[in-house]
Ligand binder design. Sequence first.
Ligand SMILES: [Fe+2]
Ligand SMILES: [Fe+2]
Length: 275
Amino acid sequence: MSESTETRRPANRVLPHELPASLRDAGLGNWIREPLDDAVDRRRRIIMPPAAAVMGTPASAYQGALLAEARHPDTVFMMGDNPALPAMPVRPTLRDFFRLRFSKIARTHLLQSARVARENGLDEKVIMACLLHDIAIAGLLPANHGYWGAQMVAPYVDEEVAWSIEKHEALRYFPDESVGYTYPEAYIDYFGPDYSPPEYIRQEAKAARQHRWYMTSRLVTINDIYSFDPNVVVDYDEFEDVVGRNFRQPEEGLGFDGSPVAHMWRTMIWPNNFL
Ligand SMILES: [Fe+2]
Ligand SMILES: [Fe+2]
């Protein structure tokens, strides 16, 4: 190695930075990863929280402070693998996202919903839709999750599966007594007893009800289980066969097949990338 290359390398030993007290108190330490032993090049890495996560919160005021921190010579923004997350394989499959990216609570919710659908003897399209229905909450964004989720999986599943994932978001708010579906108790806790869905959601639900695939999406809502019991264990392997028949796994791996939604999967592989 030439001497000039040597001098450009970051110092071997980086002392922990003392953040000003005001920034420490504001929780900025949560977004800065000190160079631990597992870090490749011993530099501090800053994670800039996404706008969608901080807009409307005090944390949005600290964008400038984080940019200033990045000007330290031993500090860079997070790009590529975050050592705090398990590394993903080169060609990730749906299974890898379930196991290496989704939180236990999100994973269990999806697997449990799919299990109930299977126990109820429902069609594989319904089981597949249940398995994927909240995938956007699990890995991307909760707001508009039905729409994000449907787009993410659309190139890989039957059109009816993607449609029912999209529409479950609106249908969840509206009872259908003919099939025994009532307004979710959990929503009273989540949104308060006075919550009323906005007009666009009402319109979506009304239109979905007239659609030929209505019952597929309705069955997603019926099997949408809100029992987040941490002791319930459902293994992804239980659904490997259903996924094999109903999810066209791209050879290049999810995120690298050049599809119009590949960037969404890459965002879940490297969720902390600055850009
Ligand atoms: Fe949902
Ligand atoms: Fe759900």
